[in-house]
Design a protein. Structure first.
Length: 435
């Protein structure tokens, strides 16, 4: 029996939000494109096992790093470009724009940044925002919050920054629209299988082997593997960094809470709270108003903790259930933060879990693939995004474009802003057999 062979211009491994976006961009540039993923899509949305699962993601411009602000502003324009191109029904936009409140202790530094630094960057770049300078001002603007909850335990008063064009990204719609546009090119197709081997030829071309033995020959290779990164790095002699500080998979837990009797007509922003305790500045919470992306969650608020008690070092260890300790933390926190009766805190109606692929330094890894850890020589005709560290979704349309730039031409006009995401920084990759 002969082995089935496929041939394509661009092969993308990983059909999460980033891989799908790269596929769309490659196909739009006239390149024949194959996307391989080991898991089936759930309806028209993502598969249910990767980091892209779920209903919504936060889009924000409020960053302390000017480079990141430029990248998200570009991504923002590209989300709208996608909507216009697809003639998206205005009643079902990809991004539901809402005011976004970043609030908390202005000077505490967290892995998501620091409010004072974000404000300084907004001023430096002239990006519009409003400042709420005290708990009184925050409560006057958003009466759902309990004033006494807007102080740290040592009495530091919260301040807030409001971005009027924050947004909730509709995950299912983003997948639906991107896939439809990719299919419309006539140059895109998806294969459901697991990649088990990758080989680069001296010509620079690639051959990828699937678990069923089929082979795909491609000119260019783009890797977007989520938490399964070792499966595609190993054939290239690399692995995720496993020493201290190690790459890890974070179990993230979220809950949906219905409006309480006094919260029926209350206005909610998207909110992200910075460092509410002094003992652990990274005990962070955030919430989404009810934007009705599904019947099941209509009228409910998604509230989550941006920390975990459970990490894993391999996808084989993952348990996909929510952590009751995190749900209890969220409930305790909400009891102090919001006015009584605004939310039904006692009865989270739905709970869920999803994973972050967390870099040792908590930042995204995006670029060309080094031939060895920290080497500045790269594989030709290839690019990678991995360790998205819980922050990749908002950049989806831009990162898809950048990955295609890097694989096909070896460079991207956005390189000047990608330094923090470098694939050659320390403690990102190690040699595959390095213990
Ligand atoms: C709870 C939660 C909240 C988040 N909130 C936000 C937010 O508010 N804003 C934001 O911007 N980001 C957020 N993120 C982060 C964002 O969702 C992720 O960064 C993004 O979804 C990562 O997408 P991806 O395509 O890189 O990975 P994934 O979606 O995990 O896709 C990787 C795919 O690769 C496939 N794959 C891997 N190896 C192989 C192989 N060998 N063969 C075949 N297929 C393979 C997998 O099956 C998988 O489908 C959040 C993440 C979580 C979990």
């Amino acid at each position: 029996m002969t082995t089935l062979q496929h041939s394509t211009d661009v092969l993308i491994v990983g059909g999460g939000t980033i891989g799908l976006s790269a596929a769309y961009h490659a196909a739009r540039r006239g390149l024949r494109t194959i996307l391989v993923d080991q898991f089936p899509n759930q309806g028209s949305g993502p598969n249910d096992l990767g980091s892209s699962r779920g209903l919504e993601r936060m889009f924000r411009i409020l960053y302390a790093q000017p480079e990141r602000v430029r990248l998200v502003e570009t991504a923002y324009a590209m989300w709208h470009e996608l909507e216009q191109h697809a003639r998206v029904d205005p009643a079902r936009p990809l991004l539901v724009e809402q005011d976004m409140l970043f609030f908390g202790n202005p000077d505490v530094s967290t892995f998501e940044g620091n409010i004072s630094n974000i404000q300084a960057t907004m001023d430096q770049l002239g990006v519009p925002y409003e400042r709420l300078g005290s708990p009184d001002e925050i409560v006057a603007r958003y009466p759902i919050f309990e004033k006494a909850g807007l102080y740290t335990p040592d009495g530091t008063a919260y301040v807030g920054l409001v971005q009027n064009n924050g947004a909730t990204i509709n995950v299912q719609r983003a997948f639906e629209v991107t896939r439809e546009l990719a299919e419309r090119t006539g140059r895109y197709r998806q294969i459901l299988d697991r990649v088990v081997h990758i080989e680069q030829h001296t010509s620079g071309a690639w051959t990828v082997t699937l678990v069923n033995g089929e082979k795909i020959h491609a000119g260019y290779l783009i890797l977007c593997p989520g938490v399964w990164l070792d499966s595609v790095l190993a054939p290239l002699g690399l692995a995720a960094y496993k020493k201290d500080p190690a790459w890890s998979i974070w179990q993230m837990t979220l809950g949906f809470f219905a409006r309480g009797p006094s919260g029926k007509d209350a206005h909610w922003p998207i909110w992200y709270e910075f460092g509410n305790t002094n003992s652990d500045a990274n005990r962070l919470f955030y919430g989404f108003p009810d934007v009705g992306f599904s019947e099941e969650t209509r009228g409910k608020f998604k509230i989550s903790a941006d920390y975990t008690y459970t990490t894993w070092s391999s996808p084989d260890q993952i348990e996909r259930s929510p952590d009751p300790r995190i749900i209890a933390d969220i409930q305790a926190h909400l009891r102090a933060l919001v006015k009584p009766g605004v939310l039904d805190i006692d009865n989270p109606t739905l709970q869920g879990a999803c994973m972050y692929s967390m870099a040792p330094d908590g930042d995204i890894v995006l670029g060309r693939i080094p031939i060895a850890p920290e080497a500045t020589q790269f594989r030709t005709n290839a690019s990678i995004l991995c360790m998205a560290s819980g922050r990749g979704f908002k950049y989806t349309p831009l990162f898809g474009r950048i990955l295609v730039d890097l694989a096909v031409t070896g460079s991207t006009p956005y390189q000047v802003d990608l330094g923090d995401f470098s694939t050659t920084r320390a403690h990102v990759f190690q040699r595959v057999n390095d213990k």
